[in-house]
Design a protein around this ligand. Sequence first.
Ligand code: WTA
Length: 630
Amino acid sequence: MSDRIHTLSGYLHEYQKSATQPEEFWARIADSFYWRKRWDRVLKWNFDEPNVQWFVNGKLNITENIFERYLFTIGDRPAIIWEPSDPNEEGRTLTYKELYQEVCRFANALKSKGIGKGDKVIIYMPMVPEAAVAMLACARIGAIHSVVFAGFSSTALADRVNDCEAKAILTSDGNFRGSKKIAVKAIVDEALEKSSVETVIVYQRTKQDVTMKDGRDFWWHDVIASESAECVAEEMDSEDMLFILYTSGSTGKPKGVVHTTGGYMVYTKYSFENVFQYSSGDIYWCTADVGWITGHSYIVYGPLLAGATTLMFEGVPTYPDAGRFWAIVEKYKVNQFYTAPTAIRALQAYGTDVIQGYDLSSLKVLGSVGEPINEEAWHWYHTHIGQNRCPIVDTWWQTETGGIMVSPIAGITPTKPAYATLPLPGVQLCIVDPEGNELKGNSVEGNLCIKFPWPSMIRTTYGDHDRCKQTYFSTYKGMYFTGDGVKRDHDGYYRILGRVDDVINVSGHRMGTAEVENAINEHPKVIESAVVGYPHDVKGQGIYAYVICDMTNRTEDNLVNEIKEMVSKIIGPIAKPDKIQIVPGLPKTRSGKIMRRILRKVAENSLDNMGDTSTLLDPEVVTKIIEGRK
Ligand code: WTA
């Protein structure tokens, strides 16, 4: 494989080439894909509008680069290995050929329901192979998928359905999560009460009772029953939308990040193969959910575009016990294992006894993603899981970047605990001070920006291009702003310090503080609220809510519980505040702005360094908040 990096000097060489001749560099990588028509021009860009186009006028279908590309060579190789939540249930393996047939059948079923190129399809499904089949079937016919994490509430689902004007929803009857059974279809029914979605296709997973609405709802097994296992792929333009994925930002409503076809395809495969050093025949396992970008790029698209075997796990790390991950590694002889720091910290808390007895010798590479990994967790992972033998790739990236941006190349880039190390070829990082001046040289700290386009970058926020411009391209002129703080040390290595905006990262899940506040404020007794993050041993960050309430007819305890329920109902259980403090007022400046800095200090319990409080309208409020802190 000509685009594979094998040595550190090879990496440096490729990086250099990608920076000095980006178009030649990416054209060479893209040439190894199958295009119905080659591009006229590699790149057209302007970060002011923003308008970024890669492989301009190229025509292709991403699924032809998975199926037509591999069927005749590795058609019998496992594409997806699926491990169910219950270890006593039989797993499933789909070879490339079988996956192809499932995708075609389902693509034909979608077509016969009137769904075609450009239509939006919401996927709200558990971690079953059919979730990947659903995504690829959409891509096959040019429909645009938007996967919604199945832990989101009906309100959150409805917001996304309406925002992207979805024509169909693909879902399941229920979902097994640990020892629980979740009524997925019932949540969909609730979400659809006020929507014009025409078609709902329900995959039968738990066999629990569901209501099926005549003419709208169909069983997955029925709609595919008479469909052919061949479906000619729709020809797409490089810049046609592949998917929309909603993510939280610092303002209220989640935004639909738009990714397009050609660039996303090229970048996810390239980054997958290089970062994980995947070799033919390896078993690769990423524990993310397909509802997040990690699941899109590194369970489904990246690995399958590379002809890899990707393992999909339906369950949770602690069911039936805290050794489950390691049991799966042993069972399938997993070679590359990619998870989130929050899972590592959670498992670390169970001690090393639960690892003993499992054979982890198949592991070659360990990965980390989603939030900063603290040194303690890094060392635990390295020693106890990697047995001091496996390199850790700490991969920094975002929903908006589409693929991994900063990461070691496994076994090639020397690692350093808690450092994402160096940018991948094609990624031109830039650290700026608050005024936007580039901080050159090493041993600097500031805000992380990217100054040149890369193929899998965000193109727009669905339905609101100005929001994309304001959020990412206006803070610092001519640059994409990531929202993260970063340090470049004396070796030129990058360490991500976490968000510098009002986004918090709870167990690797992005949450906008404004979004949580809006949900809290829906409670009729709530007058005002302010939400901040605070350091949490397992989750990385926890959610701390300060709430002003009308206490008539309520005790503090029942109000706190009601507010938690409210957030769970509006967003989902993942957004439930860890701590809620009922306060008499919030620290505000004379102009009415909440001073979050102070609230963060109280939540962090670092009270000796409160900074200047003289500009506050009522400094007394701070004393009261400190007295009542949780
Ligand atoms: C954070 C997940 C430190 C970061 C792929 C980023 C990380 C946000 C890392 C994006 C990492 C992700 N080290 N921080 N290795 N990976 N982040 O969109 O704050 O869910 O901006 O994408 O997660 O989260 P998202």
